[in-house]
Design a protein around this ligand. Sequence first.
Ligand SMILES: Cc1cc2nc3c(=O)[nH]c(=O)nc-3n(C[C@H](O)[C@H](O)[C@H](O)COP(=O)(O)O)c2cc1C
Length: 253
Amino acid sequence: MAAFAQITLGETIKEDSYIAPMIDARRMEVYTAFFDHQNIRKSKIEPHIFTEDSFKEISQPIVLCGDGCEKAKDLFASRENIEMKKTIVLYWPKAGNVEKSAKNVAARYGDIEIKPIDEVNTEDLQSHDNYILGCSTVGAATWDSSENKDPWPAFFKACEQVGISEKNIALFGLGDQVRWPDHFVDGLSIIYEQIKKQSKNIVGKWSVKGYDHVQSEAQEGDYFVGLALDEDQQEELSDERIEKWIKQIKAEF
Ligand SMILES: Cc1cc2nc3c(=O)[nH]c(=O)nc-3n(C[C@H](O)[C@H](O)[C@H](O)COP(=O)(O)O)c2cc1C
């Protein structure tokens, strides 16, 4: 739990704030404890069942993180000193499988913002702690070309200007493992390589088990660098994959 708090401490946390990593337990329970800005634990690690009065005795700012936040978010929405990590789904291209999958990810994640990257502004990038980035693969050859109308390069520049080194980032990519078995979800690796230059907190690696591709630039060992989705050949597996991946990244964010 201290390691969890340490990740959040890497971000801009005020000196008088407490960090409360929330680890989802069974039923209504959440395991949590408070850590100060030097990562010194200030309370016992114990299970809580939240009520409207939970943590009312603490007046300083509290930053909540972890998958247990879901159980707390409605109860604490009106508490001015309690802040929750914010997540946004950003994707490109629009109107196809990537958009469909991005909407699916956002709906299953629950109550988060979603935008195509050509509509993203500085405020969106600054005000969110976690980004979920979705892309497709349609051939990387034109990536750096001046004919490339793809908004990803502009997005990476915007990220550079904002400074995303402390943001947590998870990636998902669409591809077709039967028609492009040697380049399955290669686009995911392009996004990964660009983001890796700017943030060290990339989460959401996904096992290659269950896919029938030959080669992928997005594969490192037995894992893809993010969630691989194939709406062309394995559409029936997408919901289950997304559901499982969201559980994973919520714990990693
Ligand atoms: C011209 C073209 C090239 C493609 N190249 C690849 C590829 O290299 N690797 C891959 O896994 N999928 C490839 N695909 C499949 C797409 O990535 C896949 O169909 C994806 O779901 C498309 O997402 P979209 O509907 O949002 O555009 C290609 C599709 C097209 C139309």
